[in-house]
Ligand binder design. Structure first.
Ligand code: HEM
Length: 504
């Protein structure tokens, strides 16, 4: 009991704090971590069994976050342990890389992410996906519900959104849309292979290094799955790269050349003497798909779930959207309503509501770094070279000293001043990371989430199945463990009419 008070958890001989961790995993690991951090002023040291490498410093203190992610950034790389586990899947790509390899890709990708051509391409591909695929799939569920038994009217919204963002990010990375989101929700071999490869890679983090290395050597268990699925991912990438090379060498005009990341990086290899090898081109694309495929969709799933428990927030969002529709229609609208980029930008309340969902359910609930040289956090915690540092993003969103005593409430208003969205420091709201490794897709992700949410909410009400359990899954991304079962209903035209009139 004395140890629990002093260190946050009892530290047993030989097994360290493992028994408490096992208990935490059985319950809700994120809530468990939050409670310990609250009792320890935001930082504690976890001690694993002596024979494992589980020792780490866990923190949710914004002062430490700023030091870790910005002030002394070079001393906190992702590290060899992380890279060792992910390198078979990610190679030398940006997500697992450190130092010059990371810096070079970051610079090129960053230029691309902020170019007008890229923004146009991402916006166009999203319009196609939402209007030609997402909305028909939702409409289909309504039609099916009318003709079948009531039990078949529920759909898993999380799965549909995961398919949407996978297609979207593949278009951005490779310039190829795999077609996961289409009627009947077909199984796509490349998507399956990517999913299997990711799961098998994550399994390495909970398996002793010697054990997974032996499994890899013999190609058994999850390592056998990994080997097979990486081969499939590589085959897909090789085929796309070969086809793109042919397209580029066929001498098409610059206006015809895509602005997906693969084409951009291939263009660079044309100009530079050494350029990017085929392997690095594959790594560049795979490393974009990994962080970009599920993060926005799980955030949207939590957003819709939070809305279902907070009808006044949904009303305000619909009112805001209708204001935008009205403005356009006064100028002579007509036809199917497709939100334009500048209109999505104006949705300040929706921006606040999405941020609030990410505060409570960050898509990346915990992240980590490694200590390069002995160091010390601003709160006085000593850091030995090689120590792992875990930063608990979920716990930060539930810290009273940052968000006030109503921190458990879903309250978009906390992000607004005079109706305008006010951003928060990245070291308090760390859902998108911060410092030099701030999420590269942040602006795009907001655009994507707002466009999808507005397009759905303008037309439909998303009714969450009350009997369906909604709990987070323990994974690197904050999925809903059992998905999000919902019924889609068309929004009453009178309701929309009411808001359109309200604006006048
Ligand atoms: C709600 C949506 C998203 C959230 C919450 C999010 C969050 C994050 C976080 C926490 C990191 C740091 C990860 C780490 O270093 O361990 C990150 C990195 C990154 N994200 Fe996002 N992300 C989102 C969407 C996207 C999208 C849509 C893309 C691409 C289209 C993207 C591309 C990237 C890339 C390339 C990195 C690596 C940056 C680097 O290491 O320099 N993200 N993101």
């Amino acid at each position: 009991l004395r140890q629990k008070k002093r260190r946050g958890l009892p530290n047993w001989p030989l097994v360290g704090m493992l028994p408490s961790l096992v208990f935490g995993i059985k319950e809700n690991i994120y809530e468990w971590l939050t409670e310990i951090l609250q009792g320890q002023n935001g930082t504690f040291t976890f001690r694993g069994p002596w024979f494992t490498n589980l020792n780490c410093v866990v923190t949710s203190d914004p002062r430490n976050l700023e030091y870790l992610l910005k002030t002394n950034f070079p001393n906190f790389p992702k590290g060899d342990y992380f890279r060792g586990a992910v390198s078979d899947l990610l190679g030398d790509g940006i997500f697992g890389a450190d130092g010059d390899v990371w810096r070079r890709q970051r610079k090129t990708a960053s230029l691309e992410f902020h170019s007008a051509k890229f923004r146009r391409m991402t916006a166009d591909s999203l319009v196609d996906l939402v209007h030609a695929r997402l909305l028909p799939v939702l409409e289909d569920s309504i039609i099916r519900a009318k003709s079948a038994a009531a039990s078949s009217s529920t759909i898993d919204l999380q799965e549909i959104l995961l398919r949407l963002t996978f297609d979207n990010v593949c278009t951005i990375a490779f310039g190829v849309d795999p077609g996961c989101l289409s009627s009947g929700l077909p199984e796509i071999p490349f998507a399956r292979a990517f999913e299997d490869a990711t799961e098998a890679t994550i399994a390495r983090f909970v398996t002793p290094t010697l054990v997974w290395k032996a499994m890899r050597f013999f190609g058994i268990g999850s390592e056998g799955v990994l080997r097979k699925s990486i081969t499939e991912v590589d085959d897909f990438a090789r085929e796309v790269i070969r086809a793109r090379k042919m397209e580029l060498s066929s001498g098409r005009g610059p206006e015809k050349i895509g602005s997906d990341l693969l084409t951009v990086f291939m263009g660079l290899s044309n100009g530079e003497k050494e350029g990017f090898s085929e392997k690095l081109l594959r790594d560049v694309c795979v490393n974009l798909i990994l962080p970009g495929r599920d993060t926005s969709s799980v955030a949207l799933s939590w957003f819709f779930w939070l809305l279902s428990g907070n009808p006044p927030v949904e009303e305000k969002i619909v009112e805001e959207i209708c204001g935008i529709v009205r403005e356009r229609e006064e100028g002579g609208g007509g036809g199917e309503f497709i939100f334009r980029a500048e209109e999505v930008k104006k949705m300040e309340y929706l921006h606040a509501a999405v941020s609030e969902a990410l505060r409570l359910y960050p898509s990346v609930p915990v992240d980590h770094k490694e200590v390069l040289e002995d160091d010390e956090f601003p709160d006085g915690t000593k850091l030995k070279k090689g120590t792992k540092v875990v930063y608990a993003i979920y716990a930060m969103g539930r810290t009273e000293s940052i968000w006030g005593e109503d921190y458990r409430e879903f309250k978009p208003e906390r992000w607004l001043r005079d109706g305008r969205f006010m951003s928060e420091s990245a070291y308090k709201f760390t859902a998108f990371n911060g410092g030099p490794r701030l999420c590269l897709g942040k602006d795009f992700a907001y655009y994507q989430m707002k466009f999808v949410a507005a397009s759905i909410l303008y037309r439909y009400r998303v009714v969450v199945d009350e009997n369906h359990p909604v709990v987070p899954k323990m994974a690197l991304t904050m999925y809903m463990k059992y998905g999000l079962k919902v019924v889609i209903r068309r929004r009453d035209p009178l309701e929309i009419e009411k808001y359109l009139k309200l604006q006048s």
